[in-house]
Design a protein. Structure first.
Length: 318
């Protein structure tokens, strides 16, 4: 017994030592690489203002207002053959699926959590939605990836459709055996006052979290690349693992066949970078919903997406 207590005490001291060592090392590293940190933050702000904020802010505000106005009920009635019969999900889940497709990264987790908190969907449905409501924004995929990286908008369209197909196939394969029994507890009228002001505030809170996460990962990415003296392909690998946008951008000038670029872009979008995973985990931190469902969805979805894209390449579609 004394030995166990001693080991626990020793482990606690050792853990505290390593935490302090990591903190001090990180502080020294940030000071030492201050110019790299500065340029990374400026890069993240530019990326945020040009690619993320203009696309996501209007959708976040619109969606928040729509949820308060009970539009998910109307959309759920319209699309109930798909949600109830084909996917075994509650009708309001259709709203999350549609808005996630239109908005892009992180939106699926945000809308799912919002709808769950408002009482539109059950915990079971919400966790299942986390599996497959991860999409690249259509404008981002068609223009940034299709035209900017693959030099062909047709390939951007094919990539986007493949992404949708893979997600819906995953939703179908992992659907609940029966439709969840849940009675929606829709928002009370008092909760919907000053809808626009509340929607704008919620949108800015989420977007600022995204900016902070983006800045941290770009700092880490640039410092690792600088200090490790990685090869060009090593840099691409680090960027694709840490941050989707910079990972995709790194494919622009690499001398590899278009088919391989298409496959790598598909994997990068489907898997999602560590940046996106951190944002989703942070957003769900105080919720009953589980990040593990999002993680499983990215792993299963990436496998399905890779199979679909490989078939397209073999059939000379790409």
């Amino acid at each position: 017994m004394r030995m166990i207590k001693y080991m626990k005490k020793l482990w606690k001291k050792s853990r505290n030592f390593w935490i302090l060592l990591i903190f001090l090392s990180t502080t020294v590293l940030l000071v030492w690489q201050s110019e790299q940190v500065r340029s990374s933050v400026l890069e993240s702000v530019d990326l945020f203002m040009t690619n993320l904020f203009p696309v996501l802010f209007p959708f976040f505000v619109l969606t928040d207002c729509a949820i308060s106005l009970k539009i998910p009920i109307l959309l759920g009635e319209l699309l109930k053959p798909i949600t109830e019969k084909w996917l075994h999900l509650e009708r309001p889940a259709a709203f999350v699926i549609v808005m996630s497709i239109l908005s892009g990264f992180l939106a699926g987790a945000k809308y799912t959590e919002d709808m769950f908190q408002k009482g539109y969907i059950s915990e079971e449905t919400a966790n299942h939605l986390l599996l497959f409501t991860h999409y690249g924004n259509p404008a981002f995929v068609l223009s940034f990836v299709g035209i900017g990286i693959l030099n062909d908008v047709r390939l951007g369209i094919i990539l986007y459709l493949t992404q949708l197909g893979g997600s819906f196939l995953l939703a179908r394969l992992t659907r609940p055996k029966t439709l969840p029994s849940h009675h929606s507890n829709h928002p009370l009228e008092s909760e919907t006052q000053n809808r626009l002001g509340s929607a704008i505030s919620n949108a800015f809170t989420t977007l600022l979290m995204m900016l902070g996460s983006l800045s941290l990962f770009l700092i880490a990415e640039n410092i690792i690349i600088t200090m490790a003296s990685l090869s060009h392909y090593g840099q691409i690998g680090i960027k694709m693992i840490l941050e989707v946008t910079s990972g995709l951008a790194s494919l622009t000038y690499v001398a590899i066949p278009t088919e391989l670029k298409f496959l790598l872009a598909s994997i990068c979008i489907s898997l999602g970078g560590a940046n996106i995973h951190l944002q989703v985990a942070s957003y769900l931190e105080k919720s009953k919903l589980k990040y593990k469902y999002f993680l499983k969805g990215r792993l299963y979805g990436t496998i399905l997406q890779t199979i679909l894209v490989s078939l397209l390449i073999l059939c000379s579609v790409v």
